[in-house]
Write a protein that binds this ligand. Structure first.
Ligand code: PEP
Ligand code: MN
Length: 364
């Protein structure tokens, strides 16, 4: 157990974790760590040993073979090393090889059975072992809260959270995962005593966006970052598009540790604009889907002998809008005009639909 790491998590701000997405060979791992540990701001090394891949047939990590190198490198590297574990067997092997801490990946943090068995085994070994819990992919805070509660249930005392972005629908135009900053900040409010790090790599998905996200981690006052770095990213076996080489990592961290700067504002502007782009896309998608339903009920209304415009129904929708949680941030007149616009478009579409239906019926 490495006491330093424990102190880092609890007291060091910011905590900087860096390392390869996956350990691919002894040579790749050792040379990456050797370069990263020259960067003074890095406090902890990350290393992927078992890789949860979306589709089978891809590189899935070297498992126990790579754990031997983790143990061996500790004679040369003075930084603590954390890895991802997804089940109890992996955890047991990692503990045997003196791994200093663990993170729970996004695919595992949603799985109550895996969490219970991992957390219970950690608690039996040592409740002080640092455990970092990534958010689950679905943008539902209860899932993330559930994972934290399970860790607490087993009395784990040294917890941190990692915001790695969420799945989005439609998919984000530029980033790999949707940051949903507001959700992450809400989670921080829920557990102010648990540090939260940002994982810019898995949000970005591409090297060119990683620096911006690192600067946003500072702007949003995350307690640190966990970032992927590989000695030769172009040849990486996993996440090659998003890993920085150690030189790029050193430069990015230097910017992060600089005071307020223009780059941070440029990143912020880019980030808000890219969120606006995806929200616009979603807005249009929602409208198209809403009109699909509107079109479908036109003929049903006709068959039931109902008029197109149903005053009661309109009044009900208007009330639903006024009572919904989201409206507190929208102006009343704006909402009213928007509803009228949508409603009149709906009536027009239904009229057309019924006219076409009657025409076709007559023609038959
Ligand atoms: C990783 O950190 O390499 C990883 C697989 O992360 P995530 O669980 O966030 O996808
Ligand atoms: Mn990765």
């Amino acid at each position: 157990m490495n006491r330093d790491l424990i102190n880092h998590i609890k007291y060091t701000r910011p905590l900087i974790i860096a390392g390869p997405c996956s350990v691919e060979s002894k040579e790749q791992f050792f040379s990456t760590v050797e370069e990263i540990q020259k960067i003074p701001q890095v406090n902890v090394i990350r290393a992927g040993i078992w890789k949860p891949r979306t589709k089978p047939g891809c590189f899935e990590g070297l498992g126990v073979e790579a754990l031997h190198w983790v143990k061996e490198i500790k004679t040369k590297c003075c930084l603590p090393i954390i890895i991802e574990v997804a089940n109890e067997e992996q955890l047991a092997a990692a503990l045997e090889h003196e791994v200093d801490g663990f993170w729970i990946g996004t695919r595992t943090s949603v799985n109550p059975f895996a969490l219970d068995s991992i957390f219970s085994a950690i608690a039996q070994h040592n409740r002080q072992i640092p455990v970092f819990i990534k958010n689950p992919l679905a943008p539902d805070l209860n899932l993330w809260i559930g994972a934290v509660l399970r860790a607490k249930k087993f009395g784990l005392e040294n917890l941190a959270m990692i915001h790695r972005g969420f799945a989005s629908y439609p998919v984000h135009s530029s980033l790999r995962s949707e940051p949903y900053w507001r959700l992450a900040l809400e989670m921080r409010k829920e557990y102010p005593e648990i540090p939260m790090l940002l994982d810019p790599s898995h949000i970005a998905g591409k090297r060119e966006y990683v620096l911006s996200l690192i600067l946003l981690a500072k702007y949003y006052q995350f307690d640190g970052i966990i970032v992927e770095s590989h000695i030769n990213p172009e040849f990486a076996l996993t996440d090659k598009e998003q890993q920085l080489n150690p030189v790029e990592l050193g430069r990015a961290l230097a910017k992060y540790f600089q005071g307020e700067n223009r780059d941070q504002d440029i990143s912020l502007l880019k980030s808000h604009r890219s969120s606006i782009d995806i929200l616009d896309k979603r807005l249009l998608q929602v409208l198209a889907e809403r009109f699909w339903h509107v079109d479908n009920i036109a003929i049903i209304k006709h068959r039931l002998g109902k008029t197109i415009c149903q005053e009661n129904r309109y009044a009900q929708i208007s009330k639903n809008w006024q009572n919904s949680d989201e409206v507190s941030e929208l102006k009343e007149e704006f909402l009213q005009s928007l509803l009228e616009l949508i409603h009149s478009e709906s009536l027009g579409r239904q009229k057309d639909k019924i006219a076409r239906y009657l025409f076709n019926k007559r023609a038959k």
